[in-house]
Design a protein around this ligand. Structure first.
Ligand code: LLP
Length: 420
């Protein structure tokens, strides 16, 4: 009864028919499976047994409080990139000392907020940030633990927009400049330089780039120790890919096993920062077909879920599997269609030239593997209310973010006095 599967001809999330959620909550709507969230987390936890390591869930992938709390209950920490994400992690029950703050452009106010609650570690990405953080900590009479994110210059073989650890990316400090940066940090009175952090990219399906990066870090840590620094933490980042179409993801136990082997004699506590791998396949976006428009060149299936609800196809040319909620007959004919939203842009599509069984107005469609970077990247473009989210657990489900009302959406604007 786990995950998403057809039962009695209807797509279910665990024990709940998606048609029921569509009826009761309306569409478009995100649906998450608790069982899959837990199974994904446990795969990490099991693989890490005996290792001095923690999972800091990258909450940017799906920052709904119910999702974060599901992981927090299992012992997860959080990787955050903004004060907002910090507030979410805390509200969801992640202890402050299990929160790691990453990000290339943290503001003074955000650093202050992080020090106020006493988070575990700040991953610093530039010399300027070292100065800022040292100043903020000093003014508060505190000393803070940091890691420095380095850019190891490896190619993770993924989409350019989610490659982060190659020369020329804005993230981290170039490995060639990093030794100097660590020495500089060590001279700061309010910083406690404990670790090295990397994050080489996202949707990575090959283990070798990680291995290369880790070997570089291992050698680099040796240099830092020769310089007299006491490095005790290594944050390997996130980035593990999932199957959207036909990718073969790296098994979690093989990945953790590789990290265990490569870091065996490093003497560092490890941090993993998975996002997508924990939530991606645990969520779907459910939409309803508004109409079908046959054309000369193409047939368009127009659904009520659009690029404002799921922007990945538009932004990264991402492929998401789309299936009807009602199971098609095994021998049903298939046609080639575009599945698009109602938004006034040609870039508004969920799938192009997709071969699938024909759809008709009123049919429900299930956009799969949408649990990561789906709802969190949604917007209200075309004044469409923010998409709601639901969480299934066995035979029950709950709305974990209601659909925004028009009042909330439009009522948030203010007309200045001079226009009244
Ligand atoms: N740690 C850091 C410092 C990160 O920047 C990220 C993601 C992660 C961990 C988690 O990476 P994951 O395990 O989820 O791959 N919106 C894009 C993905 C952007 C990833 C940004 N950084 C997408 O929809 O594909």
């Amino acid at each position: 009864m786990t995950g998403f599967a057809y039962r009695d001809g209807e797509m279910h999330a665990e024990g709940v028919a998606l048609s029921r959620i569509a009826r009761e909550v309306g569409t478009p709507v995100y649906v998450y499976s608790s069982a899959m969230l837990r199974a994904n987390y446990r795969a990490f936890a099991d693989a890490m047994k005996g290792l001095d390591a923690e999972v800091h869930y990258a909450v940017k992938a799906n920052s709904n409080l119910a999702v974060i709390r599901t992981f927090a209950r299992l012992g997860a920490g959080a990787d955050i990139v903004s004060e907002g994400e910090m507030r979410r992690a805390l509200a969801a029950g992640v202890p402050a000392d299990r929160i790691v703050f990453s990000g290339v452009g943290k503001k003074v106010s955000e650093l202050r907020a992080a020090l106020e609650v006493g988070i575990r570690q700040i991953n610093v990405e530039s010399r300027h940030e070292l100065d800022m953080l040292d100043g903020v900590a000093g003014a508060m009479g505190k000393r803070t633990d940091i890691a420095i994110r380095i850019n190891p210059d490896v190619d993770p073989n993924t989409h350019a927009k989610i490659t982060t650890g190659k020369k020329g990316n804005k993230f981290g400090i170039d490995i060639d400049l990093a030794r100097e940066a660590f020495a500089y940090a060590a001279g700061k009175p309010n910083l406690n330089v404990l670790g090295v952090a990397i994050h080489i990219g996202s949707q990575i399906t090959d283990m070798e780039p990680y291995r290369h990066a880790i070997r570089r870090v291992r050698e680099f840590v040796g240099q830092l120790r020769a310089d007299g620094l006491d490095i005790t933490r290594f944050d390997v980042g996130g980035g593990l890919g999932i199957t959207y179409r036909n990718e073969t993801p790296v098994p979690i136990d093989a990945f953790v096993g590789m990290v265990r082997q490569e870091t065996g004699n490093m003497g560092c506590a490890l941090s993993f920062e998975p996002g997508r791998r924990l939530v991606g396949d645990a969520g779907v976006l459910l939409g309803e077909v508004i109409l079908v428009k046959p054309g000369v060149a193409r047939t368009f299936v127009i659904v009520d879920a659009a690029m404002n609800d799921l922007i990945r196809p538009t932004l990264y040319e991402a492929w998401h599997d789309i299936v009807p909620a009602r199971q098609p007959a095994a021998n049903a004919e298939e046609i080639v269609t575009d599945i698009v939203g109602p938004i006034c842009e040609s870039g508004d599509f969920l799938a192009q030239k997709r071969t699938m069984t024909p759809l008709a107005a009123g049919d429900l469609v299930v956009v799969k593997s949408a649990g990561a970077y789906g709802a969190v990247m949604s917007s209200t473009y075309n004044t469409r209310p923010l998409v709601p989210e639901t969480l299934v657990d066995g035979d029950r489900y709950a709305v974990v973010r209601p659909r925004q009302t028009y009042e909330q959406l439009i009522g948030a604007d203010r007309v200045p006095a001079w226009l009244e």
